[in-house]
Design a protein around this ligand. Structure first.
Ligand code: GLC
Length: 426
């Protein structure tokens, strides 16, 4: 396929189902939470009203307590599993019962700053700001009831990094015997060797069964779950998002809201900082049930750079870690360290490169002053897309495109990060 700006726009248009964009046709036929945030950053480069619509449609799924679900089941029933009949939630529209990394505030700020149609941007951002604030308050209360400064992630899908090896030990505590029968549809779209295992599916569904039996009540989930981890994707992205929300609060919020956000930022910066591992040379997630670090070097471990909380010495140490990984691969950034025996270059979050992770990690290194490494990550991302097309994820050894094709967030990252503008034919 041709890899041009026009082709990237055509992917978003082709995946548009009426104000929301499916990640890819077939495999993911609804609206996903953090996908929508990245996708709006793509739309804003060429269709501003459509970018605002994406964010609004995501928030149609917001619950009364502020939670924004990870999948909003707009649109007709499909063979997608697990669908609304499995989740058994009671929000305003059919949706899943867990959330996803909160990129939304960062996307909102980005769109508001980039927009040329100013009156439209002011109007739409003013209406969205309080709803995003409500979501951030939900994270603080429902997912950090003890006020530690770290929010807990209660389901591997909530982290957005579904089958990351980081979750293996905690996930082993989850029953492999769901009451809901497993009807996988994903492997009808993508080869099983690129997807999570059947055992993984049994446990993710068993966890949903447990939470549905507790009526999705946050305190009950917190008390009863066997899976509770402090994930760096959620925590670093939320910290960054709170900074972006604070910036929006200067325009759209009150002094009390800004004070609340500033206080939260102070607590979360310290808490994220304590996840640093000198031995691993990056940040490590934490098992909140055992109260121990999870010994898994994964790409999310660099995201405190994106959050802006990593000090210069730590950034240099992380740069050295990534350089070591780079010596073992052709393309950065693998989702799991190639030094980890659980590294699998083709299996989803166990090794492949994801473009939106690359964007956040590279921008983090750039902001910290490591511009050469940032440039290397950006060039690798562009090379992968130019070589293989707008895939869901990529093999870090060969550059092969993996998972779904014509993928919305890959096209959006290419547009908003200007990866293909100078490319031949663009
Ligand atoms: C997969 C990814 C998740 C993403 C979703 C839709 O489940 O792991 O991060 O949001 O697909 O693209």
């Amino acid at each position: 396929m041709s890899v041009t700006v026009e082709a990237a726009r055509a992917i978003l248009r082709g995946n548009d189902r009426g104000g929301y964009t499916v990640p890819t046709a077939g495999l993911y036929p609804y609206q996903w939470n953090w996908d929508a945030a990245f996708v709006a950053m793509g739309w804003i480069t060429f269709d501003e009203p459509r970018a605002w619509r994406e964010l609004e449609r995501l928030l149609e799924g917001q619950w009364a307590d502020g939670m924004v679900p990870h999948i909003i089941f707009h649109g007709p029933r499909s063979e997608y599993f697990p669908g609304p009949d499995v989740w058994k939630t009671r929000g305003p529209v059919p949706a899943s019962g867990i959330s996803q990394p909160p990129v939304l505030a960062t996307s909102l700020r980005h769109c508001w700053e980039k927009a040329c149609e100013r009156a439209l941007a002011e109007d739409r951002a003013a209406a969205l700001y309080p709803r995003v604030l409500a979501w951030h308050r939900w994270w603080a209360s429902a997912r950090d009831p003890e006020g530690s400064g770290l929010v807990g992630c209660l389901h591997p899908w909530e982290s957005g990094m579904d089958n990351s090896p980081a979750w293996d030990p905690a996930f082993a505590r989850v029953s492999p015997n769901p009451t809901t029968p497993i009807r996988r549809s994903d492997t009808g779209h993508v080869g099983a060797e690129m997807r999570p295992s059947d055992d993984f599916y049994r446990r993710v569904i068993a966890l949903i069964d447990l939470y549905a039996s507790l009526d999705w009540e946050p305190r009950a989930l917190w008390a009863r779950t066997p899976f509770k981890v402090a994930d760096l994707a959620i925590n670093a992205i939320l910290h960054r998002a709170n900074r972006d929300l604070l910036a929006l609060g200067e325009r759209f919020g009150t002094a009390a809201e800004r004070a609340e956000l500033s206080a939260r930022l102070e607590t979360t910066a310290g808490a994220i900082d304590r996840l640093w591992s000198e031995a691993a040379g990056l940040y490590l997630p934490r098992d909140l049930i055992l109260g121990e670090p999870i010994e898994a070097a994964i790409s999310a471990g660099f995201l405190p750079l994106w959050a802006g909380v990593a000090k210069a010495a730590r950034m240099r140490r992380m740069a050295a870690t990534l350089e070591r990984w780079a010596a073992k691969l052709r393309y950065l950034v693998p989702s799991t360290s190639p030094e980890d025996p659980r590294f699998e270059p083709k299996r989803y979050w166990r090794g492949p490169v994801w473009c939106m992770m690359n964007m956040m990690i590279a921008e983090g290194f750039r902001a910290g002053g490591a511009s050469d490494l940032a440039q290397r990550i950006k060039a690798d991302t562009a090379a992968l897309i130019l070589r293989a097309g707008f895939h869901e994820y990529f093999d870090p050894l060969t550059g092969a495109g993996l998972g779904g094709g014509q993928f919305s967030w890959t096209a959006s990252v290419a547009l908003s990060w200007r990866l293909i503008e100078g490319a031949a034919g663009a």
